[in-house]
Design a protein around this ligand. Structure first.
Ligand SMILES: [Zn+2]
Length: 103
């Protein structure tokens, strides 16, 4: 792989989200081809493309609640703290929560 994506340094969260996206596409492929759908079951080379499009369209709506909460956690537990201390935990910055969220 020699494109710009190969050079990205993803955070742990971004890697997790990308892996979840891939699993979602695989699940969508399997779901569209489920024999339980009978005569309306999808098949053929378009299935992975349709699955990717479906998951890509849905992902922002699925990710938004999680990312909004993580953003709030980052505001409560700033990595650099305030005067070297976490304003929420009171301990030295970065606190354990800030380190975990920034991973
Ligand atoms: Zn904290």
């Amino acid at each position: 792989m020699n494109d710009w994506r190969a050079q990205l340094q993803l955070t742990e969260l971004a890697r997790d989200l990308e892996e979840a996206h891939g699993r979602g596409v695989s699940a969508a492929c399997a779901g569209m081809q489920d024999p339980a759908f009978g005569s309306i079951r999808l098949s053929g080379t378009a299935v992975p493309i349709l699955a990717e499009a479906a998951v890509t369209s849905a992902s922002p709506f699925l990710r938004a609640p999680v990312l909004a909460r993580l953003s709030k956690v980052r505001l409560l537990h700033p990595f650099t703290g305030v005067d070297g201390r976490c304003p929420e935990c009171g301990g030295p910055a970065p606190c354990r929560t800030a380190r975990e969220v920034m991973a």
